[in-house]
Design a binder for this molecule. Structure first.
Ligand SMILES: [Zn+2]
Length: 390
């Protein structure tokens, strides 16, 4: 049965967290989730555009309060992980974005509150890293401040992230009978194995301070042991905490591929998979304000310096947003430190009573931040200066 707008009006943040968890839709396929979230916002008087930025499961909702004032956007995610479900807790991100925005419309006197539904953070489908597309193609141009949140095993307000680009390398050789005609064959698998070895050797000669991570697999390596493999496919991810250094690594990586193809008399094609995920630009003014608000609420959130001392492990498309607009994604703790993420434990944590309590705090703090930004011109200026500084 189709729910009336009246029904949607009575849905609260925890209903959203549970419902999105239950929908369990993977990236680029979040049709039910996107529609459900958009309907809640419609019921609350937001103007909603479905399929924002040409992405079927994206949306943009906005509501004007008073006259003039800044434009503040909250980013929602609602994609699950293939196989396991909402083990990254994006159901909570959806709930937090929606209800931070709704709370903000109650607190603000002047401004425009926007919710953008940003699909496929996990990179499962066609619109992998949708925030990157939005950031690069001007879909965030009119926004003055972007706020987001992400659950995890610790609190942080300004965690660094790694730049990452994935590649698929396809080698082509010549098939032949491995016993009768081996001299006619050229093995694509040899090229792949040689590349794998070459990349392992490169790892020893990279900057240690820039958090280089290179991970690869052999996706295809032949079909029968008596046929020279004419096709072999490698998939690699290359990461670093410096975009510039990342570019140098990619050049070196490509040289290895070329050299190994030459050595084995095979040919190759390199394809980029998905967009380049940038590093996160930290905004100390914003981080410190949010941390102070969290401390007020009794949350032991570490200072920015302490967060910086942690080794960045992951990558996120929110990073690309932080490169084009003042932005902050708050990491909020819903499980004990050291809890493995993308696991069955985090799947349960995403609908736990602990998460329920924390979600309310995140919503209050993010909506307070929006209020502060709309009221305090000096605060806005300092955030802008932080953003423009290199
Ligand atoms: Zn996530």
């Amino acid at each position: 049965m189709v729910k009336s707008s009246e029904d949607f009006l009575h849905i609260n943040q925890w209903d959203v967290a549970l419902k999105i968890h239950e929908f369990n839709e993977i990236g680029s396929q979040e049709f039910k989730s996107a529609q459900y979230l958009a309907n809640i916002l419609r019921a609350r008087g937001f103007q909603v555009k479905d399929g924002y930025a040409g992405i079927p499961t994206a949306f943009r909702a906005e509501k004007i309060i008073g006259k003039g004032g800044p434009v503040i956007a909250f980013l929602a995610e609602y994609d699950a992980l293939p196989g396991i479900g909402h083990a990254c807790g994006h159901n909570l991100i959806a709930a937090s974005a929606l209800f931070s925005a709704i709370r903000a419309t109650e607190k603000l006197r002047n401004g425009k509150i926007v919710v953008i539904g940003t699909p496929d953070e996990e990179g499962s489908g066609e619109f992998s890293g949708s925030k990157i597309l939005m950031a690069n193609k001007g879909y965030l141009d009119d926004i003055d401040l972007v706020l987001g949140s992400h659950p995890g095993d610790s609190w942080d307000v300004g965690r660094q992230s790694l730049a990452v680009q994935d590649f698929e390398i396809t080698f082509s050789g010549i098939a032949s009978h491995e016993a009768a005609d081996p001299d006619s064959g050229r093995s694509a698998l040899d090229a792949a194995i040689l590349t794998y070895t070459g990349v392992n050797m490169m790892r020893q000669h990279v900057r240690r301070d820039l958090n280089v991570v290179i991970h690869g697999i052999v996706k295809e390596g032949g079909t029968a042991s008596n046929v020279t493999p004419e096709k072999a496919v490698l998939v690699y991810g290359i990461r670093s905490s410096s975009v510039k250094y990342h570019g140098e690594l990619v050049k070196r990586f490509k040289k290895i591929v070329e050299g190994c193809a030459n050595a084995t008399e095979t040919t190759y094609k390199i394809k980029e998979i998905g967009p380049l995920f940038a590093t996160t630009k930290i905004n100390p003014t914003l981080s410190n304000f949010i941390r102070d608000r969290l401390l007020d609420k009794g949350v032991q959130c570490p200072a920015l310096e302490e967060t910086f001392s942690k080794q960045p492990g992951g990558s996120t498309d929110f990073a690309n947003v932080s490169q084009v607009k003042p932005a902050l994604e708050v990491d909020f703790q819903i499980a004990d430190e050291g809890t493995p993420w993308h696991s069955h434990v985090s799947l349960e944590a995403a609908i736990s009573s602990r998460a329920k309590k924390i979600l309310d705090i995140v919503i209050e703090v993010l909506s307070d931040t929006a209020y502060k930004f709309s009221e305090d011109v000096g605060f806005r200026e300092r955030i802008k200066i932080d953003f423009l500084s290199p």
